[in-house]
Design a protein around this ligand. Sequence first.
Ligand code: NAD
Length: 311
Amino acid sequence: MDTRISGKTRLMGVIGTPIRHSGSPVMYNFCFDYYGIDCVYLAFDCDESQVKETLAAMRRLNIRGANVTMPCKQEVARNMDRLSPAAKLIGAVNTIVNDNGVLTGHMTDGMGVVLDLKDHGISIVGKNIVLLGAGGAAMAVMVQCALDGAKSVTVFNRGAQTLAKAQKIGERMMEEGIPCKMEYHLLAEEQLMHDAIRGADVLINATSVGMRPMQEGKSLVTDMTVFHEELVVYDVIYNPLVTKLMSDAMTNGCREENVIGGKGMLLWQGAGAFKLYTGLDMPAQELKAFLAKREAEGAPALADIAENVPY
Ligand code: NAD
């Protein structure tokens, strides 16, 4: 790595806190090496109060771009020169692109799910989607599915306040003419949720229910008759790799290849950001092979090194 750094090498990175366990430097530096791009990528500890000075440093040092993780996503969105449609709707940014001092904020978390589904041969265009959750990940998924042509997204969430925020975002999308039918319900309407899943093409869990360690072994879907051969089940959780929702789906009629965990979302949200930085496709298959080889040699899995940095 050090032998290729020159006076022309550009800097990129990820900002957030905690950040030392981020898997992003491994991913991006592999991709720069793969294409021979003269950039290096580092992790920078940054909390919300340090966002403004970090953005000023990006401009001053002509840093090409940065990924953004917890807890800085909203504060970064408030301080951008421009926002992508998804970032504007959600009010959060996970990717900053610096074009000669003009900072544009993007949100690629939702792309992570859509591209991972595509990598599994599944398109969301024209599909009826049931989305569990209305937190950060869920909103990114809701907006991206609507922008990318889903027929409907029906959201179920535990709390009414967050659900109302989701509804506001949905209403703004409707005002902008995005032709996706949106519905919002409380998870307490359990029968309605189960009926909606039964009639859906894709079920996406974007809550932390099922996540290790606190919520492992739990699932919001308790009626096993909702699962069927045609239903695609996506769980944004990547730890454990197979959640209770996923194992219930596979045991009760969903095809194994249609039940997908969140490991790929990590990689594909990065692919969306890489394209924005470089205009190039992330060498996803090569990166997957590289990460698998590292894991086989004893290095931690991407999902494990990203443990403290959800995205
Ligand atoms: P968040 O705190 O913004 O939202 C959490 C959501 O989970 C909310 O909708 C909340 O109501 C719901 N929830 C939590 N406990 C619940 C319970 N017991 N019953 C019902 N609902 C419950 O968090 P987030 O950032 O949106 O993350 C959610 C999950 O997505 C986490 O597990 C995170 O690791 C995962 N994630 C994965 C990726 C990836 O790349 N695979 C990316 C982002 C987030």
